[in-house]
Design a protein around this ligand. Sequence first.
Ligand code: ADE
Length: 262
Amino acid sequence: MKFVVLTIFPELMQAFWDNGIMRRAVDAGAIAAEAVNIRDFAEGRHKVTDDRPYGGGCGMVMKPEPLAAAVRAARHKAPAAPVVLLTPQGRRFDQEMAQQLAAHPALIVVCGRYEGIDERVGEQFVDIEISIGDFVLTGGEVAAMAVMDAVTRLLPGVLGNEDSAEQDSFCHQRLDHAHYTRPPEFEGRTVPEVLLSGHHDRIIQWRRADALLRTFAKRPDLLRAGTLSAEEMALLRTWHREIERIIRSAPGSGAGSPSGGG
Ligand code: ADE
């Protein structure tokens, strides 16, 4: 995967690629990453990349000429790559989109600044608009890093354990199960015994149940939106029966009283 990122903060991008798993991905040849400084394509002594909006109003708009020239330069570096713009107006980024993007050999990533980019550059050059959430950042750089990070870790050979991306949160529309490492007891809290048992099948079963429970507790919308496996259905029915039993036996539930029950 080749990332060509258009930004007015190339040093910010370089720092991101120079550390951690991104750095490892670069060293392993899984990604190549390059920042194009939009300012290099701006005219005049001050290399201005923004201007006041037509029609008035607050904030500044990214000028079309330097951005268009920067996209054209990026296209020389990655000819067939789609142009991705980070903007709060884009489609909400998720794991599925990360997988789709990871299938491309290259991406040109445009980080907008100020109030946004001139609409005409968007119309002419942008293929995909992505938002990382319903909030407004001061620019697309942090959003671009989030997208590149999520995409990079899906590429073959980037994560040590090949199947750890497979078992991620959201990979199958479920949150991840809980994780524990040594020591077996930490400030009075212990690790679930099954994880210390060495019993592989029971561990797998526990993890699937824990993932379902956490998804139910924290993101029930994911369960409502998707399909349930037979195993999940059985677990939910068991929990449902247990919850009913707890409610019925709770003091004040009305169970056992002449008017109660129901
Ligand atoms: N630029 C500013 N806010 C953004 C957001 N939420 N997502 C993507 N790009 C942005």
